[in-house]
Design a protein around this ligand. Structure first.
Ligand SMILES: [Zn+2]
Length: 244
């Protein structure tokens, strides 16, 4: 188990990631949740309480330590807090892919609408968002069921549909994004939302959604995590001051 100080830092990071996701419009109201794996038996997850005011207003105290089976991970952790119904999303992703420490389950309307419109998310842009373009190039799988993923078997179904990709669209529902950090999981979700929003916009303008030219990939380099993750995240946190 990690030390208390470190756990508190992690609660702060997960809470911040919840507010970033909501600030970007990837979740509305009280739905959606983020988690961070702590060790082989524990995770921190955004829980709900009777005084809950929604994901956009998540505080570090909303992030509770639980065991993979949904029970309290320490004394008092679930006093006044409830684990989300869709805990199996987080646990089954973490069990299947130990490298995924951060998991974001969100309901981004652009992604849900694009999928329901029959649009396959593809790399329709390049340097506009390089990490997003590469993520789309690898394929964005779809879990075809619109159900509430509240059982282990449904969680496993979604993970099977996800395969080895970092994100999966849950049809008529939302998305799950997983990565080595919770920040990266949210950045991936932002990129996916932008791919979907842009696809819808191109079609609405009467255009055709088509992939960028093959020879362009050689000049869409990985600009490094300092730029694509660290700087990107500083921006996301800074802009929260303006959206809430
Ligand atoms: Zn959901």
């Amino acid at each position: 188990m990690t030390s208390t100080a470190s756990l508190d830092q992690q609660r702060t990071i997960v809470a911040q990631a919840c507010r970033v996701a909501a600030g970007r419009g990837l979740v509305d109201g009280i739905l959606g949740h983020l988690s961070l794996r702590v060790d082989d038996e524990h995770l921190l997850i955004r829980c709900r309480s009777d005084s809950d005011t929604g994901v956009a207003y998540t505080t570090p105290t909303d992030i509770r330590l639980i065991r993979f089976d949904g029970t309290a991970g320490g004394p008092g952790e679930l006093d006044g807090y409830r684990v989300p119904n869709e805990l199996p999303i987080h646990v089954e992703v973490m069990r299947a892919h130990p490298m995924h420490l951060g998991v974001a389950h969100l309901h981004p309307p652009n992604v849900v609408a694009a999928d329901l419109a029959g649009i396959t998310i593809r790399p329709i842009f390049g340097a506009y968002d390089i990490p997003g373009a590469w993520m789309a190039r690898g394929g964005i799988p779809v879990y075809q069921r619109a159900v509430l993923i509240r059982s282990t078997s449904l969680g496993k179904e979604m993970v099977a549909a996800m395969g080895d990709r970092p994100v999966v669209i849950c049809r008529g529902h939302g998305i799950t994004s997983a990565a080595g950090t919770v920040q990266q999981a949210v950045l991936q979700a932002i990129s996916l939302d932008e791919l979907a929003r842009m696809s819808l916009q191109v079609l609405a303008a009467g255009g055709t959604v088509r992939e960028i030219d093959e020879w362009d990939w050689d000049d869409l380099p990985d600009l490094g995590t300092t730029f694509t993750t660290d700087a990107a995240w500083r921006y996301e946190v800074a802009r929260l001051d303006n959206v809430q």
